[in-house]
Design a protein around this ligand. Structure first.
Ligand SMILES: N[C@@H](CCC(=O)N[C@@H](CS)C(=O)NCC(=O)O)C(=O)O
Length: 379
């Protein structure tokens, strides 16, 4: 094998981010559906659980996790422009949007997928065939889909999507769309002329669910056409030149001159996501303090360690606390800790101005690392 293999699914939030990166950077690959024979035997065993995306390298190694896969390619020098900005402020913003996009928009992504059966179900039934085992008859496919979709509907509840919050999920998503739409008026990507890890974070929910499932696709195309166009741009192998935006070329904008539209998006994150990530870090630290060493062994770390309660836009909600969020948050902290004192002061000032200063203090008492393709607590 001379090219990479991507195991995933067209409808998968995290596969979309990897596919877009590979296309943009012209990395030769074949995508194989995750329901296939090889995935269900060799790949699943290699990565220790059923999870996508996974890449298989030309040398036969496997990498799981969207962010780790992008970092694998960055380390190999595949990217024409690094997805990690050098400017300290832009780098911090990129990590912030990576976290928020990957983990903070799941309510909208799940609600608009699973709570509009009349519009979405036929499409979902078809698209989920990617992860069904080979060789099932039409009659056999139905119950397997019902089982898989039942799990996802439960996951939506664990992210805080309940009948009481439906309207607020819709209102908050509409607000996000209008803010991002305004920001994209003058630039093709979040931080200027090329995508960063922040764009790839946002792209995860905004493409595979929200710009692909029929209900939210229509909503995005009709209320936020620039955001829709951004999803196309993110997914395209060709670099699109838009003369209105030519002044930005392929470069990112100056970190000392942060557009007001971006600050508005950052304030949105402060309102929409800071209470949640803050509750999760508090829960994690308390939980870590209560565990025996055997509970902290790498193999015992599942996706969630419990449910944390917090106030989200006037609702008391409980959501699953996942160490993976700590893993992404640490990246922002590591980047901040590596800055010079004056750079840190400049980043802190920007975060204060956008109500996000607290995020720098949200640290778990143990680090999350990756071991044998799984998240694990550091010793
Ligand atoms: N942190 C992982 C998350 C991957 C993930 O949750 N993938 C979903 C599909 S989009 C999955 O495999 N779900 C299967 C399950 O939870 O059983 C990544 O970024 O790769």
């Amino acid at each position: 094998m001379t090219e990479y293999k991507l195991y995933g699914m067209a409808a998968s939030l995290y596969t979309g981010k990897v596919r877009a990166y590979m296309r943009r950077n012209q990395i030769p690959f074949i995508e194989e559906k995750a329901g296939g024979e090889r995935f269900n035997t060799v790949v699943r065993e290699a990565v220790g659980r059923w999870i996508i995306p996974v890449i298989e390298t030309p040398d036969g190694d496997f990498v799981q996790d969207g962010t780790d896969i992008l970092d694998h390619f960055e380390a190999k020098g595949y990217s024409t422009q690094s997805i990690y900005p050098e400017d300290p402020r832009l780098k911090t913003i990129a990590y912030l949007f990576e976290l928020f996009g990957s983990e903070g928009m799941l309510r909208a992504a799940m609600h608009y997928r699973w709570n509009f059966d009349e519009t979405n179900l036929k499409f979902l039934q078809h698209t989920f065939e990617d992860v069904l085992p080979n060789g099932l008859t039409k009659e056999e496919r139905e119950p397997v889909f019902m089982h898989a979709s039942g799990r996802m509907r439960k996951a939506a509840i664990n992210f805080g999507v309940t009948p009481e919050t439906y309207q607020t999920v819709e209102d908050s998503y509409a607000e996000f769309l209008s803010l991002f739409e305004a920001h994209l008026e003058d630039r093709p990507f979040l931080l200027g002329g090329c995508p960063t890890i922040g764009d790839y974070g946002l792209f995860s929910p905004l493409y595979a669910h929200l710009a692909r499932d029929p209900k939210p696709l229509h909503l995005m195309q009709t209320t936020a056409p620039r955001v829709y166009r951004w999803t196309e741009r993110m997914n395209a192998p060709e670099h699109v030149i838009d003369e209105r935006m030519l002044k930005s070329g392929d470069v990112l904008f100056d970190g000392n001159v942060i557009p007001e539209t971006l600050k508005a998006l950052m304030r949105f994150i402060a309102e929409d996501y800071l209470p949640e990530i803050s509750a999760h870090v508090a829960f994690t630290n308390q939980w870590l303090g209560e565990q025996t060493d055997s509970k902290l062994a790498p193999t015992s770390l599942g996706r969630g360690i419990g449910m944390a309660e917090f106030n989200w836009r006037g609702h008391t909600v409980k959501t699953a606390v996942m160490p993976y969020r700590t893993y992404l948050l640490q990246r922002l902290h590591d980047s901040f800790d590596g800055l010079k004192v004056d750079e840190q002061a400049s980043v802190r000032a920007l975060l204060s101005e956008t109500n996000l200063a607290e995020i720098l203090e949200l640290r778990s008492s143990r680090r999350v690392i990756r071991k044998n393709h799984l998240e694990a607590w550091d010793v």
